[in-house]
Design a protein around this ligand. Structure first.
Ligand code: UDP
Ligand code: UDP
Length: 294
């Protein structure tokens, strides 16, 4: 966005992020950083809002689950209130978790999901579902221009070593020669999208005509078992790590893979980075975090 000549106001409470990730942007004349938590009102003047706020890793969003729901729900209300006042276009980073443990495979946007309202993932899943509700009600009731993306598992450089999600966990474990921690039998599946592909989709979504609101799935349909991911990471890092099997956490979805037909037609978008290419770049980053300034 900076390269396109936009002014960028970056708002973060740094609960899971770090300033190191944007160190290379600080000091640029069109970049402004603000430490702020979206659960509190925010009065600024902007044309477009990307609301990405909320920890996305189960270990982090389960650390303070009440705050996680507040971040998605109060955060959405505040950002929608802001968008309403300044007539900004607003994009919501929703999630494949709105589909819960899906009974439809692959998942299409028309599927309403299979979500436990009272489990350990509910603070994230139901928070994000309620945020979608708020977006569509502000759209219907206040004529806001909204864009809702349902983001599937995403990974890449600048993830925190302690992020807790599977790709960074396995890479960090493999590089340290520690056991790879597989939860359950490793037969559950996920489809992994490289971060640059995801960003491209979000920017394209923001630029769609006002009539297009989504929700639209954004992810890479290449589906892998967690065991296959572990083997790939071990092979690619040349690690001698073994595998440790740990109990499967509650409500962990058995399979997940996006149907991206809508993203193809509405955004003219498909992901270009396959798992191997994305892992190469991510492994390089974790080997040498000095690459973060790139
Ligand atoms: N809000 C904000 N920034 C603004 C405008 C509103 O943070 O520029 C917050 C404000 O705290 C409010 C919420 O957004 O509680 C929802 O605003 P809205 O106008 O939809 O509702 P109301 O103010 O009528 O409750
Ligand atoms: N997982 C695992 N080992 C880990 C971290 C995660 O086996 O160290 C599994 C987890 O149980 C889930 C999948 O990998 O089945 C993806 O987990 P992640 O936390 O990355 O995201 P999720 O899609 O579950 O939100």
């Amino acid at each position: 966005m900076l390269a396109d000549g936009d002014d960028v106001l970056c708002v973060d409470n740094f609960f899971t992020g770090t300033r190191d990730n944007i160190a290379h942007l600080i000091g640029r004349p069109h970049f402004e950083l603000m430490r702020h938590d979206v659960t509190f009102p925010l009065y600024v003047e902007v044309d477009e809002i990307y609301n990405l706020a909320c920890p996305a890793s189960p270990v982090h969003y389960q650390f303070d689950p009440v705050q996680t729901t507040k971040t998605s729900v109060h955060g959405a209300i505040n950002m929608l209130g802001l968008a309403k006042r300044v007539k900004a276009k607003i994009l919501q980073a929703s999630t494949s978790e709105v589909y819960g443990d899906p009974e439809v495979h692959p998942q299409t946007e028309s599927y309403w999901g299979h979500v436990n309202p009272i489990g350990i993932r509910s603070c994230y899943d139901e928070g994000k579902r309620c945020a979608e509700t708020l977006f569509f009600d502000y759209h219907r009731q206040h004529k806001l221009r909204i864009k809702v993306a349902r983001i599937f598992n995403t990974y890449g450089p600048r993830m925190h070593p302690n992020d807790g999600r599977v790709v960074s966990n396995f890479i960090v474990q493999a590089l340290k020669g520690e056991p790879i921690t597989i939860f359950g039998a490793g037969t559950q599946t996920r489809a992994f999208c490289y971060v640059d592909d995801l960003i491209e989709a979000l920017v394209r979504l923001m630029r769609t005509p006002d009539e297009f609101t989504g929700p639209v799935n954004v992810g890479n349909p290449g589906e892998f078992t967690i065991l296959a991911l572990a083997q790939k990471v071990v092979a690619m890092t040349g690690s001698n790590s073994g595998i440790t099997y740990l109990p499967l956490p509650g409500d962990d979805p058995a399979q997940r893979k996006p149907d991206i037909s809508l993203a193809r037609s509405a955004l003219g978008w498909v992901p270009h980075t396959d798992l191997e290419a994305g892992l190469l770049k991510t492994i390089a980053y974790f080997r040498d975090p000095g690459l973060r300034a790139a």
